[in-house]
Design a protein around this ligand. Structure first.
Ligand code: NDP
Length: 450
């Protein structure tokens, strides 16, 4: 049995109750074997056993009082997974599905993703099973303050710098930042995604969505192709999806779908980004509101489609950008996309494609940009925010966007070159995993058993 199979077997026995973590571990470990064969030091130093176990996980009670005066209790976590190449870095997610296993899958992915950006940041993830939907602004503020009352002990500008994720946008980051400042009296860059008036970076809001499109552009360019004229399916209607749509238009492509947990919008004329921003960023409403405002939009609620969320993958498109959540694109969806002529998939969300779907894409040999490479623009720009905070300065939008573009192009080149090095040109899953892994593994070996 190979080293990677051995470690995977042990993880499966120990963490059978964390299916998402095991799914991410399987996807990663299976592709690393050629690098493990090439350098026996990785097995000698038990790198896989060490890298798949978080350095530390903090879990805590978050108690707060709702608008009716009732006491509410939620569960909060911070998984500080790996600090071999820099301070822990990774988002905070507020969603009812959050548990330790989901945060471990996200944290494991984050280690390799952060390494791939070429910047010195380690991997982490955190969150709580709190649902911001339907809560008043004051309730969200009270929850954020309660969450930070626990978390502040474990973070710091050179220790661990969280950011946003699902359910955590600029508003929540602002509330958490204020709470940290009140607790510590320190004005320092302990979160990224901050508002522009208190240390935030221009282009951070846009970064993940723009970055996915920059990555796709680099991937297509190598084949002499481009996004110009392409019809695109985008899922999700949050931060990543909105700015993915915006950049697609700038590249001459047309996004024709978006979706949220309640339904899908299809508009062959193209999604209206200004309306989408108004509905999601300002009104915080569901996509039914978008359908009210745009007469050409066709809205299908999840109940009307047998497999609910997956409707977004049924339209005839050239490219697909899953930007909502994990496991939102399964093997059947992959087959449907391929049958409809889609030959490019780039992942804005984390682990949106199931293993079955990934295998379909690899078998078909289409342009496939896996999440940890394609969506690394968000965390890369967070690192640029840290750089600006450390220098007590701020850069122009063009400067940050230009750096983001360069990072995504370099990242694509690195993953593609690594795939070629291992004789599987075009397999960016293997290329990204091995390229990200080697840097962290070598740093761990150099730093000894700690
Ligand atoms: P948002 O909360 O802004 O938006 C998430 C979108 O996905 C919403 O439209 C939401 O619909 C939908 N969605 C979320 N969970 C589910 C679910 N279980 N079922 C169906 N739909 C769902 O999050 P982001 O845009 O920030 O994040 C989207 C994805 O991108 C996540 O996988 C995240 O980890 C990843 N990511 C984000 C980065 C960032 O910088 N923000 C960086 C890198 C990756 P509804 O509102 O109805 O719930």
């Amino acid at each position: 049995m190979s080293y990677s199979d051995n470690v995977l077997g042990a993880l499966k026995a120990r963490y059978s109750y964390q299916p998402e973590f095991l799914q991410a571990a399987e996807e990663i470990l299976k592709t690393l074997q050629p690098a493990l064969d090439k350098n026996p030091a990785y097995e000698k130093y038990h790198i896989l056993e060490r890298m798949t176990e978080p350095e530390r996980t903090v879990s805590f009670r978050v108690e707060w009082v709702d608008d009716k005066g009732q006491i509410q209790v939620n569960h909060g976590y911070r998984v500080q997974f790996n600090s071999a190449i820099g301070p822990y870095k990774g988002g905070i997610r507020f969603h009812p599905t959050v548990n330790e296993g989901i945060l471990k899958f996200l944290g494991l992915e984050q280690i390799l993703k952060n390494s791939l950006t070429g910047t010195p940041i380690g991997g982490a993830k955190g969150g709580a099973d709190f649902d911001p939907k339907g809560k008043s602004e004051i309730e969200v503020m009270r929850f954020c303050q309660a969450f930070m009352t626990q978390l502040y002990r474990y973070i710091g500008a050179t220790v661990d710098v969280p950011a946003g994720d699902i359910g955590v946008g600029g508003r929540e980051i602002g509330f958490m930042y204020g709470a940290y400042k009140r607790l510590t009296t320190k004005y320092e860059g302990i979160l990224t995604g901050k508002g522009l008036t208190f240390g935030g970076s221009l282009a951070r809001t846009e970064a993940t969505g723009y970055g996915v499109v920059y990555f796709t552009d680099a991937m297509l360019k190598e084949k002499g192709d481009s996004l110009k004229g392409k019809k695109c399916a985008v899922s999700g209607a949050g931060n990543v999806a909105i700015y993915c749509c915006e950049k697609l238009y700038q590249m001459g492509a047309t996004p024709v779908t978006v979706s949220d947990s309640r339904g899908t919008i299809y508009d062959p004329n193209g999604i209206k980004v200004d309306v989408l921003k108004q509905v999601k960023e300002v009104e915080r409403a569901s996509l039914t509101r978008y359908a009210e405002l745009v007469s050409t939009a066709q809205y299908t609620p999840v109940e009307k489609y047998p497999s609910g969320l997956h409707q977004v993958w049924t339209y005839k498109v050239d490219a697909a950008f899953p930007c909502a959540t994990q496991n939102e694109l399964n093997e059947e969806d992959a087959k449907t996309l391929l049958a409809n002529g889609c030959n490019t998939v780039a992942e804005g969300a984390n682990m949106p494609s199931t293993l079955g779907a990934i295998n379909q894409f690899l078998k078909a040999g289409i342009n496939y940009g896996p999440a940890k490479a394609a969506n690394a623009g968000g965390v890369a720009t967070s690192q640029l925010e840290m750089e600006q905070n450390a220098g007590m300065t701020s850069w122009t939008f063009e400067t940050v966007d230009g750096k983001l573009h360069d990072i995504m192009t370099n990242l694509y080149n690195n993953a593609a070159a690594t795939a070629r090095e291992f004789g599987v040109a075009g397999n960016l899953v293997l290329g990204a995993n091995i390229a990200g892994f080697r840097k962290v593994a070598d740093a761990m070996i150099a730093q000894g058993v700690i």
